[in-house]
Ligand binder design. Structure first.
Ligand code: VNL
Length: 393
């Protein structure tokens, strides 16, 4: 051991880095940076998700410091363009094999999280899903933990709310891929289970959707409400057609998960968004000291941007990694994973826990209404379902 250390010192930093893997005994992990492979859609149709998560990750490191458990956190950001699972998988493999990361993180959309899951399993590295939200994701690898949300978790409460409001008929409109199918299934089960009727179920393409013909069909069917799930970034386009087809005038109430009234776009949606009622785990208007500090810090660091629910997934993902590094004194692999399970803290969104068994997030879900305050649009929370788990259906 003594000889090795001496040899390493004599070789100088560059050569030492080359032979570092051979010396990677756990005791030596301490001094080395902990590398996080952050895979996000930084370009393409879902670039806003990448931008939001990255902004929160950088804000976390700036505000909380860069070293945890004796190791400096190093972020290796990779753009997977958001639409090509094979690209996400290749990037994950490169980050593991070539860059020797200690954890994978990010994952803007479900198909991309699915694609990377086997890489985490094989490498035995924690994979922190910060954005994607299909229920089944955590089952794809025992190394996956989630700091975002699940579609069933935020869909069930709005179905129950509609029933309490005595809404009797609701059409559904969802993006035609895994999280949309989760939302459609759970909304229908809850709403019809409570005596409601779903006369029309529409699925819109994930790529280049034209919402006009779909919303025209809703207008013709005239349900009392329209339940919507579209991924973050799509809300403004849906809202525009909701207004242009005259659905509000026809008496159709807009309800949904919070994805459609995403804080990233909400202010630009204007009047048509007013009054939309959604359930979600985060609103930039959430009234807590933690959130006030978060929103203020985020806007100061990113002028012109308002943090949305994707950003808090990134913020809390960093908190999870930082706390686990701290708790293990810079641990790696399965030790790091074990330290991530069962953690609780107060997020800008409210109290959260990463369940030790399911590795999924347990969090408060809020019912909110779009209202104007001081000339801006906000999702104002008016009801809360504490400590919700993923309900499955
Ligand atoms: C997903 C779910 C993506 C909810 C989203 O926005 C979203 C997903 C990009 O799991 O693919 O708002």
């Amino acid at each position: 051991m003594q000889a090795r250390v001496t040899r390493r010192a004599a070789l100088g930093a560059g050569a030492a880095a080359l032979i570092a893997p051979a010396l990677a005994a756990p005791a030596l992990a301490q001094g080395r940076p902990a590398r996080i492979g952050l895979i996000l859609p930084m370009t393409g149709p879902f670039a806003s998700t990448g931008r939001q998560v990255e902004a929160a990750v950088r804000l976390y490191l700036r505000q909380r410091g860069e070293s945890f458990g004796g190791r400096r956190l190093e972020i290796l950001l990779r753009d997977d363009t958001g639409t090509a699972p094979e690209v996400t998988r290749r990037l994950a493999q490169e980050l593991v094999v070539r860059d020797k990361v200690q954890a994978l993180a990010g994952f803007g959309l479900t198909p991309l999280a699915f694609a990377a899951a086997p890489v985490a399993t094989e490498a035995k590295l924690p994979m922190v899903v910060m954005a994607a939200a299909t229920s089944a994701i955590v089952q794809r690898s025992p190394f996956i933990l989630r700091t975002s949300f699940t579609l069933p978790q935020v869909t069930a409460p709005i179905a129950e709310w509609a029933l309490r409001e005595r809404v009797q008929t609701a059409a559904t409109l969802v993006a035609d891929y895994a999280p949309g199918l989760d939302a459609e299934r759970v909304f229908k089960a809850r709403f019809t289970g409570g005596g409601g009727r779903v006369p029309l179920e529409l699925r819109t393409p994930l790529r280049n959707p034209d919402y006009a013909p779909f919303l025209q069909r809703v207008r013709d069917a005239k349900p009392e409400a329209l339940f919507i799930f579209v991924p973050s970034g799509e809300g403004a386009a849906v809202m525009k057609q909701f207004a242009e087809r005259g659905l509000a005038e026809a008496g159709v109430r807009l309800i949904g998960t919070g994805d459609v009234v995403d804080d990233d776009l909400l202010n630009d949606m204007g009047r048509p968004a007013l009054g939309a009622v959604t359930s979600h785990h985060y609103s930039a208007a959430h009234d807590s000291p933690e959130n006030k500090a978060y929103v203020q810090g985020f806007i100061a660091a990113n002028p012109g941007m308002r943090p949305n629910f994707m950003s808090v997934g990134g913020w809390d993902g960093m908190q999870l990694i930082a706390e686990a590094l701290q708790a293990t004194g810079g641990g790696e692999g399965e030790a790091l994973l074990a330290a991530m399970k069962g953690r609780s803290w107060t997020s800008p969104r409210g109290p959260i826990t990463i369940d030790a068994e399911t590795r999924d997030i347990v969090q408060d879900v809020y019912i909110r209404r779009v209202e104007e305050r001081d000339g801006q649009l906000w999702n104002i929370e008016f009801d809360r379902l504490p400590a919700m788990r993923d309900p499955g259906t």
